[in-house]
Ligand binder design. Structure first.
Ligand code: C2E
Ligand code: MG
Ligand code: MG
Ligand code: MG
Length: 280
């Protein structure tokens, strides 16, 4: 009996596996179509200068407007896109969209774009970025590229050369989700980052846990010594923001200021060329 129960178990497990595989294949096919059918959208979340409270720019965050499943957040498809290589056309779409959108904003606003480690394996990534800048007319100084530590684990010297090349044309580099990965401090000296983005997990409970304050304060000190700026991501309350300002953080981003919004819902004060065109 136990043997047959075991076999049943195995059968159920097997069916669950193939159902999962099928769902995955469907999702993969859908994602492939999504790119071709332009179902991907880029939403924008502002980041603020902590000192002045002024908006400094927006981070581009991809969403998938699925025909039947509604708006799907990136956590549900970026990993699949990376496994299937679809992240390459997806990433290029986001980059081009973000550069084109930002080119119509007031010129003091930056745009930050996340790049996947998989995109770094493409030999022509520099040309892709350069073409996105050229075709949109966006000044390279207004583009910030966000990468996570996982990019740096592999191909260190090639990535260094690539990053130096981006810097030489004026593009800024941010180390995203700092504190969640291997967080080797040697990355900070080995690679030419302009900015460190402290992961939101350190911001949670900031106002209750003295340890979080100590960590953020040492990241700020370290960044200053290396001539880098610091962004706190995931700022949700004004208490957190006040604390972060006192700790010397340069930029803040989070729901306190705004959730990521579709392009037509972000308010651009000042005489933006884009908004004039929209109003006409
Ligand atoms: P990320 O680059 O670290 O982006 C920040 C994430 O935190 C975003 O989630 C944002 O919506 C969320 N967030 C912002 N403020 C708050 C807050 O106050 N509280 C909380 N709880 N969350 C906040 P989102 O948009 O779901 O994106 C998740 C991740 O997906 C991003 O993390 C990034 O790693 C990845 N991603 C998004 N767009 C792209 C893209 O175009 N390309 C690549 N390669 N990855 C992307
Ligand atoms: Mg990011
Ligand atoms: Mg982040
Ligand atoms: Mg993240």
């Amino acid at each position: 009996r136990s043997k047959s129960a075991g076999r049943n178990c195995f059968t159920i497990y097997d069916e669950a596996m193939s159902a999962e595989l099928e769902a995955r294949n469907t999702l993969e096919g859908d994602l492939r179509d999504a790119i071709a059918l332009c179902q991907l959208e880029v939403h924008y979340q502002p980041f603020m200068d902590a000192g002045t409270g002024a908006r400094r720019g927006f981070e581009a965050l991809v969403r998938w407007r699925h025909p039947t499943r509604g708006l799907i957040p990136p956590d549900q498809f970026i990993a699949l896109a990376e496994e299937t290589g679809l992240i390459v056309p997806l990433g290029e779409f986001v980059l081009r969209r973000a550069c084109a959108d930002a080119a119509a904003w007031p010129s003091d606003l930056m745009v930050a774009v996340n790049l996947s480690p998989i995109q770094f394996k493409e030999a022509d990534l520099f040309d892709v970025i350069n073409a996105a800048l050229r075709d949109s007319g966006l000044s390279p100084q207004r583009l910030e590229i966000e990468i996570t530590e996982s990019v740096l684990l592999e191909r260190g010297t090639e990535n260094l050369a690539f990053m130096e090349r981006l810097k030489s044309i004026g593009v800024e580099l941010a180390l995203d989700d700092f504190g969640t990965g291997y967080s080797s401090l040697s990355y900070l000296t080995a690679f030419p980052f302009d900015k460190i983005k402290i992961d939101k997990s350190f911001i949670r409970n900031l106002t209750h846990q003295p340890r979080s304050s100590a960590i953020i304060s040492s990241i700020v000190t370290l960044a200053r010594g290396l001539d880098m700026s610091v962004t706190a991501e995931g700022v949700e309350t004004s208490e957190e923001f006040e604390r972060l300002k006192a700790l010397g953080v340069n930029f803040a981003q989070g729901y306190l200021f705004s959730r990521p919004l579709p392009i037509d819902q972000i308010e651009l004060d000042g005489p933006a060329e884009g908004s004039q065109r929209d109003a006409a």
